[in-house]
Write a protein that binds this ligand. Sequence first.
Ligand code: AMZ
Length: 379
Amino acid sequence: MEIIPAIDLREGRCVRLVQGRYEQETVYSDDPVMVAKHWEAEGATRLHVVDLDGALSGVPQHLEVVRAIVESVNIPVQFGGGIRTESTIETLLAMGVDRVILGTSAVSDNVFLRNALNKYAERIIISIDANDGRVATRGWTEVTEILAIAFAQEMERLGAQRLIFTDISRDGMLSGPNLKHLREVAEAVYIPVIASGGISRLSHIRAVKALEDTGIEGIIIGTALYTGTVKLKDCIAVATQQQVEESTSPEELRRVETLALLRLAEELHEAAGFCHDHHRWRAAADLAGGSIVTAARGLIVWSGERPPTTSTEMMNRLSDLYLKTGDIPPEIGMKLDDAMRIRLLASSDPHVIFGADEGSIVMDAARELIEELRKRTAA
Ligand code: AMZ
């Protein structure tokens, strides 16, 4: 299984977004070419380059950067973001881009899509960017009614030879891949699928690798490589089935996952519409430092029915936040409570709450809740 580092371009710089949101940007380098060379030197066998400005505007904005990247590395580069015309494809292929990625135009321009698949065949990858199982377009700012799985099958029928499947809710979140959706998509088609979104630790790679038989041939990794929660060479080793231990300390992993959880908690607040005090969350996140325990419990101690078992100031602050949420309908409360309490509070050692993949189980529970809350708020 191939590990493919992502280089997302925005205003000429190398950035990462959180769940594709343009306002939640972190700049990792002003020099994308250097970044590309770095990943090559670290062992990458392919690069995934996205022009985020292009995806949003519908026309690639950073072709010169792409050209410079292609010219400065000796590994194949796949590129997407704003490709809507045949002449853009021609330009990119002439530059030496190995494969071009079509997202929005695969949804919105059937004539172009058919021509492109016919003419460029394996040089085209179709990107399926899924938001809650539905295909998103235009820099992920629009979500269509199209079901990701049906779309994958339609693309295969039209002659697509390769898909990228991105779970938007996981992208940039470090919360683990959406294995269920990934498997569903990979099993629904015969063509290979590249997985993208949410990878933050080696166990996530092992979990995706376990699905290799379903046709998953690669994993795109972005944020985790830039934050350093995994090392590229370790990812590659795991993907090629060598024994490697997590090189990131458990403390650092917890810290990173704490932040991801807190982000989810913020969403929870927004969805429920009862607390907009993000500054407190940020402060809590800072305070939480290395301790995912407190943050995770912050997430679950929200009903006030179950006081925290340790009584540090931090716990009080977090539980205080959640005590405010008594106006959440009780049946939803139970859902969150059950999903999280069992997994989190069941641990006798407060510092060993997250096993290898439990983080994403908790995330799933939180996410389900967010969806429900959103539906209610909308109703
Ligand atoms: O992060 C985002 N908001 C984002 C993103 N990473 N929006 C689009 N894209 C990527 C898709 C795909 O690789 O994952 O851009 C490409 C698709 O672009 P387009 O312009 O064809 O929809």
